[in-house]
Design a protein around this ligand. Structure first.
Ligand SMILES: [Zn+2]
Ligand SMILES: [Zn+2]
Length: 354
């Protein structure tokens, strides 16, 4: 048995526990690291195939908020287990599963699976957020680490600093707020909420509208103590006054075309990492592309690996490209510090069962 396998875009641990997907073999438990689409494969059919479906409470709430119809089963099925961080869950006396916060998006988790017989500890980082080290979040020690490969570039001159990204974004928005026109800011969940809160803090009197998607999740963010106002305090974008020129509209990338502004807005697109760009923001007429990411940098990834104390590190290429995973592996393997620590790197391989 391989301890870690990859199948159909999922991770299979100890051949019995599947993470963020479904395997071709029967499994006891599915663990859900967070609810970003690329990790949700076959989620709604997993309840009938696993004895347990485990995820952080906030992730379960967000799944319900975004998929109200499909989520009905979540309310009455007893095998869907919303858990807290750092509360180990025992699976049939064979494994202990513990979730740890990873600073990527509300509810997202690092997943530690411990085999109680051999005591072997496998950790899946999932997508790790830019501030995981800064926020001093717990990184559990493990024997085998499966690490996200979506961290930016390994080229130090192209690194983007998270706080600097946010600051530059706010400065650029601030420079353009005085014009008599709306601004539209679009970004994926994980970044957009942080930007809205920062905006509300910096530009207290500026009128704000939130998209349908974002409004649908406000109650969950509030429940988990994010500083949003109750959803009814945000205007519905459809109610924008015809004469209204100055407001900020926040939405997800798939909602950018949903509303025709009466006056031409300035567009801010939070587009994540761009390995070719050295600048933080690139302007093209009315569009500002902001290279603002919800993923850890290369440096943070290195710190993370060291803190996990793993000797075997498997680079997850499920959601990144094979090329990127391989170049990350090469850069990490070349480092003297890891060589001295005896850390070995490999790229995750897809497994086929006959
Ligand atoms: Zn994600
Ligand atoms: Zn991802």
């Amino acid at each position: 048995m391989d301890i870690v396998r990859s199948q159909n875009s999922s991770l299979l641990i100890f051949d019995e526990i599947v993470i963020d997907g479904e395997a071709d073999v029967p499994t006891i438990a599915r663990i859900q690291s967070h609810d970003h689409k690329d990790h949700m494969s076959k989620f709604f059919s997993s309840f009938t195939k696993n004895k347990y479906v485990i995820s952080h409470k906030a992730t379960i709430d967000l799944i319900k908020a975004f998929n109200p119809r499909k989520s009905r089963a979540l309310d009455f099925r007893t095998n869907i287990l919303p858990v807290d961080y750092k509360k180990p869950f025992d699976i049939e006396g064979k494994y202990l599963v513990t979730l740890y916060q990873n600073a990527h998006v509300l509810g997202s988790s690092q997943i530690l699976v411990q085999d109680l017989k051999s005591n072997l500890r496998v950790l899946y980082s999932s997508d790790i957020g830019p501030q995981i080290i800064e926020k001093k979040l717990t990184i559990p020690e493990c024997d085998i680490l499966i690490i996200d490969s979506t961290c930016g570039t390994t080229n130090p001159t192209k690194q983007k600093d998270y706080s600097e990204s946010l600051e530059q974004l706010m400065d650029t928005i601030g420079d353009n707020l005085s014009y008599d026109r709306p601004i539209q800011v679009s970004g994926h969940r994980g970044t957009i909420e942080k930007v809205i809160l920062e905006f509300m803090d910096k530009f207290k009197d500026h009128k704000i509208y939130l998209s349908k998607n974002i409004l649908a999740s406000i109650h969950v963010y509030r429940k988990f103590k994010w500083a949003f106002a109750p959803e009814e305090e945000y205007g519905m974008i459809e109610e924008v006054m015809l004469k209204d020129k100055k407001y900020a509209y926040f939405c997800n990338p798939n909602e950018t075309e949903n509303f025709n502004h009466q006056y031409d807005p300035l567009y801010f697109r939070l587009s994540g990492f761009n390995s070719l760009a050295t600048e933080y923001i690139r302007r093209n007429e009315d569009i500002f592309d902001c290279f603002f990411t919800a993923h850890a940098s290369y440096e943070t990834t290195i710190e993370y690996i060291k803190k996990s104390k793993a000797k075997r590190v498997i680079i997850d290429k499920i959601r990144g490209s094979e090329t990127r995973a391989c170049s990350l592996k090469d850069s990490l393997s070349e480092r003297k510090d890891f060589e001295e620590l005896g850390v070995k790197f490999e790229v995750l391989k897809e497994t086929k069962f006959k």
